[in-house]
Write a protein of this length. Sequence first.
Length: 178
Amino acid sequence: MTKYVALLRGIAPTNPNMRNDKLRGVFEKLGFENVKTVISSGNVIFESPSRSIRKLEESIEKALPEELGFKSTTIIRSQGQLQKLVDQNPFKRREHSQKSSLNVTFLKKKSRSGIRFPHKIDNRDYELLGMYDGAICSVIELTGAKTPDLMVWLEKKLGKEITTRTWKTVERRLKAMS
């Protein structure tokens, strides 16, 4: 069995069909084991014997509208992939604080955006540090920008099959998988 985390895009805990108990129910109905939701923002940890991330994503994306009435881009990473990302320490000496936010944007598909890293965005208070196995690590200086600003910019460059989590959330998901 492999441990995975499904990162669901656009989950709003105020929507009754997007609550953790209902999300867990869908994953359990799909036959996944040891299903756990972590904070109410579309992070579902589960185990599966399948090694095909693409097939897992497809089955979840098909089940959500059938079972709960909404669509959500699903991006899956294995415990090993998250561990590799954390081990690479992409943020080095930077810290998540009230003044800066460390973020990871997970891409469903490989990007052909032509972005060269590190990439400082003109007249913006955010910087893309690098691409790590289908995830872009970025820093937002919160004194002049907000996370949604970066997300809008990334969607324009990469499309909507992406989802962003803070670095702290990524570390917590990995810890919860252990």
